[in-house]
Design a protein around this ligand. Structure first.
Ligand SMILES: Nc1nc2c([nH]c(=O)n2[C@@H]2O[C@H](COP(=O)(O)OP(=O)(O)OP(=O)(O)O)[C@@H](O)[C@H]2O)c(=O)[nH]1
Length: 128
């Protein structure tokens, strides 16, 4: 099965982190994730993550650090999820596709119902 490359951003708003919830009609309905999406042909990872964040959230970010990618097999597709830490820079946050968001501290992040591929990423981020 083809592995789909996907970037995502752990966006820091001061001491809080943005998590977003997938809508009922998306794949992995109502799961929480970090904003991001599929890499388009010819696009770099960083170009992708910045573009997706603007498209999904209407905000600009500064990308900081690349964390370890996670390869995860869901029942019907397989992704390589490439995470970056980032800082919020500008823009009014507006959800374009997702159903909800939280700006959460570490304990609140742990308690969300995450997409499975995000769990190792969350663990690595919280260890730092
Ligand atoms: N953006 C993002 N996608 C994630 C994360 N974790 C995770 O498993 N995914 C999965 O990676 C896939 C690609 O993301 P996407 O945001 O471009 O997907 P999409 O909803 O447009 O997909 P679709 O329109 O093909 O259903 C989705 O199926 C999504 O479920 C994450 O933290 N961020």
């Amino acid at each position: 099965m083809k592995t789909i490359p996907v970037t995502c951003a752990i966006i820091q708003f001061g001491s809080k982190v943005l998590a977003i919830q997938r809508s009922e009609t998306m794949k992995l309905p109502l799961k929480w994730e970090f904003a991001g999406g599929k890499i388009e042909p010819g696009e770099s990872e960083i170009e992708c993550v910045k573009r997706e964040i603007f498209e999904e959230l209407n905000i600009h970010i500064e990308v900081k650090e690349r964390l370890n990618p996670v390869i995860h097999q869901y029942p019907d597709f397989k992704i390589k999820l490439i995470p970056f830490t980032a800082d919020y820079v500008s823009g009014e946050l507006k959800l374009k596709e997702h159903s909800d968001y939280v700006l959460a501290n570490k304990q609140e992040l742990i308690n969300l119902d995450w997409a499975e591929a995000d769990l190792p990423i969350l663990k690595e981020y919280l260890k730092a």
